[in-house]
Write a protein that binds this ligand. Structure first.
Ligand code: F6P
Length: 462
């Protein structure tokens, strides 16, 4: 089996001894697949094809040191300018914004000559991936292509290697038929044609239906008929191992010192406009305004760490997030209480400590393909914590009936959900927590992988 994603399972940095340190990559695809693939026996060993991202990865590739435990790793050393246009411009500034409904349409996007050049780079990078896979795939070997950065790979690969079964899986939402029309025709057609050329998976039926409707809009009746929905949950063994680690114990002790017997609202996210972090702080501000009883009794711990810093939009959003947190603290802090504590360290153990300890977990994205945190939290939490979950997160379909629904744009409603979470009687909290803990692990990464293999017509039970 060949797994293909833009971000690889490990990122590499040079260490002082001249060697390389490997760090597990971020994001849902990596969390779901790395532990699973690493556990496969040698005869089933998977090849993972990804891009070399950043200087450390590129240096590791050139030194022949980009390897990963239990997986054969091929990191593509792409042309740097093309890669930047592919990743920063088309993938993250166009497709990500399109699928998450983030465009400020009177102003953006603007498809000028530079955008055409960026699209050519997107095509070239996708072709580079397709070429590499076409060369390395054994006859009939299943290829599982992940996500919107590589949406053209399925079509390109089918042309080059018709013998190879290809499945594409999108971890984001997919825009609907009116939004797909925002793209220039050649872009919309290329993306839909490639993804509709075979099985196209999504985390929920809602995103699968949106893609099928967009494909019909762009390509005509019958297109997009091969979509399917298959979600995953956390890899429980992997999560529990992190929960039992010394790093998590140290982070838990830090939290205990910080909180004492105060209640804790928690969130953990990349700093990303779709995560709706600013409105989360604004809703908390409203909670403290409307419910003075919570002042001094609750702390909002936000484990939020930088993402995609090559993009001006993300840097600007990070500033807004800082200002929103500071505003709450300036307004409500007292001598012995700071209402918002931002933890900017990107360390999974610190997030896990927060997930073990929260009383309310706020997951309020504008839109999200799944949002694995909404499952990791209930799978781990030890305090009957309440999940406040946006209806626009893919995970809502599975977790909604145990969660408190959050309307991502309605601050009054969100503040009300936080109040309800913090005041919920113990019996009701425990009932919901038990239901959510069960739901969170009902769909394992192995089931999700099997669903893709089944669509490919390949062997199930990997
Ligand atoms: O949500 C889909 C996804 O591909 C995740 O796997 C990942 O967290 C993110 O998008 C991509 O992030 P990045 O641009 O940092 O690789």
């Amino acid at each position: 089996m060949i797994v293909v994603s833009h971000r690889g399972p490990y990122s590499f940095t040079r260490n002082p001894d001249g060697g390389f340190d490997a760090r597990r990559g971020a994001g849902g695809v990596v969390s779901a697949l790395s532990p699973l693939l690493a556990r496969l026996g040698d005869d089933e060993r998977a090849l993972w094809v990804a891009a070399a991202i950043g200087d450390g990865d590129r240096a590791a590739v050139r030194a022949g040191a980009a390897s990963a435990p239990g997986i054969d790793l091929a990191l593509l050393d792409l042309d740097e300018v093309q890669h930047r246009l592919h990743y920063d411009v088309v993938s993250n500034s166009v497709l990500w914004f399109l699928h998450h409904g983030l465009f400020d349409l009177p102003r953006r996007p603007r498809f000028d000559a530079r955008a055409r050049e960026a699209w050519d780079a997107y095509v070239a990078v996708n072709a580079g991936f397709a070429e590499c896979i076409a060369e390395r795939a054994r006859p009939g070997e299943v290829v599982l292509v992940q996500d919107y950065q590589l949406a053209l790979v399925p079509g390109m690969l089918r042309e080059r290697r018709p013998d190879v079964p290809v499945v594409h899986f999108t971890h984001t939402p997919f825009c609907g038929p009116s939004s797909i029309r925002v793209l220039p025709d050649h872009m919309a057609q290329a993306l839909c044609r490639s993804m509709a050329s075979g099985p196209a998976g999504f985390h929920t039926r809602r995103w699968a239906a949106a893609f099928a409707a967009s494909a019909r809009e762009v390509l005509g009746p019958g297109a997009g008929d091969t979509t399917f929905a298959a979600s995953f949950g956390p890899d429980l063994d992997d999560l529990r191992a992190t929960a039992a680690s010394a790093e998590t114990a140290a982070a838990t002790a830090d939290l205990d010192d910080l909180l004492g017997d105060r209640l804790m609202i928690f969130r953990t996210d990349r700093i990303e406009p779709s995560k709706n972090i600013v409105r989360g702080f604004a809703a908390y501000d409203l909670l403290l305004e409307e419910h003075p009883e919570w002042r001094g009794r609750v702390v909002f711990v936000a484990s939020i760490y930088p993402s995609r810093q090559g993009l001006a939009e993300y840097l600007a959003y990070a500033n807004e997030v800082d200002r929103a947190a500071a505003r709450v603290n300036e307004r409500w802090s007292t001598g012995d209480w700071q209402p918002v504590v931002v933890d900017a360290e990107d360390a999974f153990a610190r997030s896990v400590a927060g997930l073990l300890r929260y009383d309310a977990l706020l997951v309020n994205p504008i839109k999200d393909g799944l949002n694995l945190v909404a499952k990791e939290g209930p799978a781990l939490n030890r305090r009957g914590g309440v999940l406040c979950l946006s209806r626009e997160a893919g995970a809502y379909d599975e977790m909604g009936d145990g969660a408190l629904a959050v309307h991502p744009y309605d601050l009054v409603q969100t503040a009300g959900a936080l109040h309800e979470a913090l005041s919920m009687p113990a019996g009701e909290r425990d009932r919901r927590a038990a239901l959510l803990a069960e739901r969170a692990v009902a769909r394992t990464p192995a089931m999700w992988l099997d669903d893709q293999l089944a669509r490919a017509g390949g062997p199930a039970g990997a």
